[in-house]
Design a protein around this ligand. Structure first.
Ligand SMILES: [Mg+2]
Length: 168
């Protein structure tokens, strides 16, 4: 049995209701690195064509079949163009997470800023945990600062995984 799937299965056996939050850039989507300052001028039409990370997407599909887990997309977007492109990308590449479980935070709309970018995912997870009574919330992400902050904010109510754990 796959290591990551086994891990998540174990959490689902030990808890009644589990939610897993999945980052996009660098987690389920290829993440190209651009020179600083060039991103806002060159983003239009770029994201939509980025390649899906099939290995992770397939494992998450297996996980989505566990009956007491709900999968959410939880991602940050620098501007509204990228938000729309991410929606298009999700429609094309992920059929097992429905649009009502896509959380795409828009920096341009003030949904996060440079000061709270490491915290905003933890806050969202906390909000959804309380709203839908999840016992445990999981974050799968490629950003160390976000992972560490989330664990610090949510403590034993959470489990965070760097993308590397889902690859082994
Ligand atoms: Mg990322």
């Amino acid at each position: 049995m796959d290591f990551f799937i086994t891990e998540i299965n174990k959490i689902c056996m030990e808890n009644k209701k589990v939610a897993m939050f999945i980052d996009m850039d660098g987690t389920i989507v290829n993440y190209p690195v651009y020179l600083k300052g060039t991103i806002s001028n060159t983003t239009s039409g770029k994201f939509i064509n980025e390649k899906p990370i099939k290995l992770i997407i397939d494992k998450l599909e297996e996980i989505s079949k566990i009956n007491n887990i709900d999968l959410y997309i939880l991602t940050l977007s620098k501007n509204s163009i990228i938000v729309e492109e991410k929606k298009e990308w999700l429609k094309k590449n992920i059929n097992y997470i429905t649009p009502n479980r896509w959380i795409i935070l828009d920096k341009q709309k003030g949904e996060y800023n440079s000061d709270n970018r490491d915290y905003v995912k933890a806050w969202k997870m906390k909000e959804i945990k309380e709203k839908y009574n999840y016992d445990k919330v999981i974050l799968l992400d490629d950003d160390h600062e976000i992972l560490k902050t989330t664990l610090n904010e949510l403590k034993e109510n959470s489990k965070v995984y760097h993308i590397s754990t889902a690859i082994i």
